[in-house]
Design a protein around this ligand. Sequence first.
Ligand code: C2E
Ligand code: MG
Ligand code: MG
Ligand code: MG
Length: 282
Amino acid sequence: HTDTYGVKPLIFYSSEMNSGLHDRYLLESDIHRALASKQFHILYQPQIDIASRKIIGAEALLRWHHPTLGIVSPLKFIPLLERTGLIVPVGNWVIQESCRQAKQWLDQIGLPIKVAVNLSVIQFYKSGLLESVKRALDDSGLPPHCLDLEITENIAICHEDATLRIMSHLKNMGLSLSMDDFGTGYSSLAYLQRYPIDLLKIDQSFVRTIESPQSRQADMLRAIIGLGRNLDLEVLAEGIETEQQAELVLQSGCSYGQGYLFSKPIQGNFVSNEILRSVAAS
Ligand code: C2E
Ligand code: MG
Ligand code: MG
Ligand code: MG
């Protein structure tokens, strides 16, 4: 196997995929069947207002139950979906299904719970994204302010004008935009004031390494939270696993959190129960 121009594709290639051509093609052909035979499903991880412990939203996380390999991690199959272009139909299905689920939470509970959907860089720049999002909102009847789209810093570094245009169109639909895995990407900080982003999701690596409130890591966390707050952005900390981390995050000025301490990713119909419980408890 050689690349036509001897050039390695920049984003489509991961070293994992190099490990075995046979595996790779096996998985590729499997993906073609996976959508039709309902091997994909979505789990939702609650997002919490740390002080009150109320659920304010939930992130849609894609799962692939492969007939022989079992559950495959999205860290493995998302790059493959991106390389084959199949991220577009699969990603559209995730948007569609997540909106339907969030509308069900709204109908069952009467509270606007946001659903957050991860967007791949490939999906983001593909023409048809705006139409797909609009169709998902129309078909489900979900109010646009209940949809949040998560993008990563790697989106922000490419094609500045196009990026700004697409983001503006999405914002005009009434939904919100989050910057996922913040602090791990390659972009400059300047885009934070240029692009219409509502929420910074601080990467879990900044939360999980913290040993004490006096540590350098804690200083780093406070600095990142302060940066977001000074730019009038909402801030959410990912990967909160302990009460100490929740406490420190809250003390550092970050109101929202997500992580195993509050809940692992769970089935959509279980989220309703969790919401009701969180509302009753506070
Ligand atoms: P992400 O968007 O940063 O999602 C958060 C990941 O952290 C999830 O992993 C979640 O299960 C995990 N997590 C949450 N709380 C904790 C915690 O307290 N401790 C630890 N150790 N981990 C925690 P998951 O579900 O394996 O997803 C991995 C990545 O795959 C996601 O990272 C996202 O980038 C991507 N992904 C998942 N679903 C989709 C999708 O539908 N579309 C796209 N484009 N990417 C997706
Ligand atoms: Mg995410
Ligand atoms: Mg993240
Ligand atoms: Mg991540």
